[in-house]
Ligand binder design. Structure first.
Ligand SMILES: *[C@@H]1O[C@H](CO)[C@@H](O)[C@H](O)[C@H]1NC(C)=O
Ligand SMILES: *[C@@H]1O[C@H](CO)[C@@H](O)[C@H](O)[C@H]1NC(C)=O
Ligand SMILES: *[C@@H]1O[C@H](CO)[C@@H](O)[C@H](O)[C@H]1NC(C)=O
Ligand SMILES: *[C@@H]1O[C@H](CO)[C@@H](O)[C@H](O)[C@H]1NC(C)=O
Ligand SMILES: *[C@@H]1O[C@H](CO)[C@@H](O)[C@H](O)[C@H]1NC(C)=O
Ligand SMILES: *[C@@H]1O[C@H](CO)[C@@H](O)[C@H](O)[C@H]1NC(C)=O
Ligand SMILES: *[C@@H]1O[C@H](CO)[C@@H](O)[C@H](O)[C@H]1NC(C)=O
Ligand SMILES: *[C@@H]1O[C@H](CO)[C@@H](O)[C@H](O)[C@H]1NC(C)=O
Length: 493
């Protein structure tokens, strides 16, 4: 038997809408990871006007007094002046137009609530660059990329909109976000309750931080999704890592693997960890977007894509290494070649370029430290422990900064959020990020909604004929809470 691969200590950093990155795999691609996704033709048309707001680069110090243009999108076709609410999307780590296009829920309910829709871009993503094209060029410029600064941006923007838009003075504002955007929506309500009357935090893992939840839960959920989607599916994936080690131990085997997977460039011995990381990331992404209908979020995929993946892995769990890997190679093509347009598979690419991978990686290396681990028993991956020191060293080597492991706990309240109000935490039972989510209500105004058949923030997507009843119910409840908050606000004003 081959010695266990000397992989990285480091598990993965998850881009939170959420892509997994193995630090080791990431290094060479940090600046070059690119899209394999083309823009969606599946989402309904959305119409918005684009604006730019002069935003302070540094809200918390006075020496850096420069400003930058923060992009935001507005649709007010259904808005009732003098009282109609503002639904405010707290942008996450990527191009805001992409989140706007993928947050159909807001578009679906705008008319019923007579609401204005605003989608605000997160600093350092999309077009909202504090130092223009130099923003990522050094640690001094990156220094202002924090969730606290982003929240302050949102609060300042909301105050300004209410002040300057005719008829908005009395508009209650509700924050909505998914994933990291959902964390921001929840935190915006916690930190600036004077600015938003309530928040919907969809698939927001606000507890995926050190010491709050077990580090293995995330990958356990990924594995359950595969175990529940086809016979022998997760078992065969679990075996595939050893099969890859076996086969890749010879030059002939490496050649075979490269051909079997239709890779763009031939694997070398030193690429095997990257290759396995790419596969692992693929399974994770599938778990996030295991939607009940054909969709194009991270990739263009069929309905219930994991079921389709598993049709390629329905065989005995003792087939030969090559037979097993043949199945795996067919299975990953469901993710990378559903449209039939992939010329070859590129192990440097896993998801849409609308996401800002460099930025999220920096955030993970500073405040957003999210421990992840696997054991190969409760999950279908190779065992890998969480090692904060090693993670910190990687971060230092990459950015010249070290993460502050306990800061998120201190600044955002950790597991004790009971003093807050008017926040809805929704989570999907199929979504691995549920592992760090709030899944039990604290009070009547701090509520958890579970969507057993939902993947990553399914509730934020456009209504669809294949939506399971559980997500329809969730959306109904969410709107009910919005109306309640609006009523409370109106009776107080
Ligand atoms: C694979 O992806 C990387 C990163 O986006 C890119 O630099 C490279 O050119 C791609 N290779 C091929 C053959 O497309
Ligand atoms: C910003 O700082 C510069 C350099 O210290 C100073 O010249 C300028 O007056 C400041 N501008 C504002 C608006 O404070
Ligand atoms: C979002 O939709 C708009 C309008 O349909 C389109 O112009 C834009 O390219 C889309 N953005 C992304 C990232 O798909
Ligand atoms: C940024 O843009 C300016 C002007 O377009 C150019 O001179 C400069 O080289 C660019 N810097 C980087 C880091 O791309
Ligand atoms: C890998 O090689 C070992 C030793 O030859 C063998 O026992 C095992 O069945 C092979 N495949 C897998 C998936 O473990
Ligand atoms: C699953 O694997 C077991 C054990 O190898 C085997 O007996 C069974 O036939 C497999 N099921 C299918 C559907 O291939
Ligand atoms: C993708 O699918 C098309 C159509 O089936 C096929 O011709 C092509 O070879 C596939 N690409 C890869 C990399 O498997
Ligand atoms: C949680 O916070 C509340 C409000 O600050 C406080 O009253 C309570 O004692 C805390 N609970 C725990 C278990 O620390």
């Amino acid at each position: 038997m081959q010695a266990p691969v000397k992989t990285v200590f480091l598990s993965q950093v998850l881009l939170i809408v959420f892509i997994i990155l193995h630090v080791e795999a990431l290094k060479p691609h940090l600046l070059s990871r690119r899209s394999v996704t083309r823009s969606s033709s599946l989402h309904r048309s959305v119409f918005y006007k684009t604006f730019y707001f002069d935003q302070q680069i540094d809200h918390f110090g006075f020496l850096e007094n420069g400003t930058f243009k923060q992009r935001y999108l507005v649709n007010d076709e259904h808005w009732h002046k003098n009282g109609g609410p503002i639904l405010f999307y707290t942008g996450n780590e990527g191009d805001i137009t992409w989140f706007c296009n993928n947050t159909g829920f807001m578009w679906d309910i705008a008319e019923e609530l007579a609401a204005m829709l605003v989608f605000a871009e997160h600093r350092y993503y999309g077009e909202s660059m504090p130092f223009g094209n130099e923003s990522y060029s050094n640690a001094k410029y990156l220094n202002y990329l924090t969730s606290e600064q982003a929240l302050a941006d949102f609060a300042v923007l909301i105050k300004s909109l209410k002040k300057t838009l005719p008829g908005a003075q009395n508009s209650p504002v509700i924050a909505i976000g998914g994933s990291y955007g959902g964390m921001l929506a929840a935190w915006l309500r916690m930190k600036y309750p004077n600015v938003v009357i309530g928040s919907l935090a969809a698939s927001a893992p606000i507890w995926q931080f050190s010491g709050m939840v077990p580090c293995g839960d995330f990958y356990k959920i990924v594995s359950q999704d595969f175990a529940n989607s086809g016979i022998n599916c997760s078992k065969n994936i679990r075996r595939s890592w050893t099969a890859i080690n076996n086969v890749s131990s010879t030059a002939e085997g490496l050649q075979w693997l490269s051909q079997e997977f239709g890779l763009c460039s031939s694997l070398k011995e030193e690429d095997i960890n990257d290759f396995k990381a790419w596969l692992q990331e693929t399974w994770v992404n599938l778990a996030m977007v295991d939607y009940p209908y054909e969709a194009n979020f991270l990739q263009h995929l069929p309905r219930w894509p994991i079921k389709v993946v598993c049709t390629h892995l329905r065989f005995d769990t003792d087939v030969s290494d090559k037979q097993l890997l043949h199945g795996i190679s067919q299975a990953v093509r469901v993710y990378y070649n559903y449209t039939g347009s992939a010329v070859c598979l590129n192990v440097s690419e896993t998801a849409t370029e609308s996401l800002g991978i460099r930025g999220w990686f920096y955030q993970s290396c500073t405040e957003m430290v999210m421990p992840m681990c696997t054991d190969g028993v409760q999950d279908m991956f190779e065992a890998m422990a969480w090692n904060f020191q090693a993670f910190s060293d990687e971060c230092y080597a990459l950015f010249g900064v070290r993460p502050r492991e306990d800061w998120a706990d201190t600044v955002y309240g950790g597991k004790n959020i009971s003093s807050h109000s008017n926040i809805i935490f929704s989570n999907g039972g199929l979504d691995p990020w549920m592992s760090g989510g709030v899944t039990k209500s604290f009070s009547e105004s701090l509520v958890a909604i579970l969507i057993p058949d939902g993947a990553h923030h399914l509730d934020l997507r456009f209504n669809n004929e294949y939506d399971p009843p559980s997500v329809l119910l969730a959306r109904e409840l969410e709107v009910k809470y919005f109306k309640q908050w609006i009523k409370q606000y109106k009776s107080a004003h």
